[in-house]
Structures are given as structure tokens and as C-alpha cells.
Design a binder for this molecule. Structure first.
Ligand SMILES: [Zn+2]
Length: 59
């Protein structure tokens, strides 16, 4: 049985999902929030399977 698991990223500052990975340098991956302008290597990671959004994806 195949379980399609993927991780969703949330901005730690404003909880927006409008956050994108930008070019990672020697510090590693850096994320940029389109919503509030937050930029950093720390983001909230949530498994999609644990969120209500996962059922929506199932359609
Ligand atoms: Zn943000």
C-alpha cells in the first residue's frame, strides 16, 4: 500500500504557507516567506497526512 506523504512548510512568524525554499548556501536551505518577508533556515514542518488538508488532496 502506497502512502503519499509529503511535508508542508509553514512560516514560523506568521504561520503562512506562502513560504519557499530559496538558494541554499553553506548554511543550508534558506526559506523565504512571501507573506511577511521572513527569511531563515528555520520553518515549521508538518506532515500533510496529519492535517485536514490531506483529505482535500485525496480527491
Ligand atoms: Zn511569514
Amino acid at each position: 500500500m502506497h502512502i503519499d506523504l509529503f511535508t508542508m512548510f509553514f512560516c514560523p512568524a506568521c504561520k503562512s504557507q506562502e513560504i519557499y525554499a530559496v538558494a541554499g548556501g553553506y548554511l543550508g536551505q534558506i526559506y523565504l516567506c512571501k507573506q511577511c518577508g521572513y527569511r531563515g533556515s528555520f520553518v515549521l514542518e508538518i506532515d500533510a497526512a496529519d492535517t485536514p488538508a490531506a483529505t482535500e488532496k485525496d480527491k
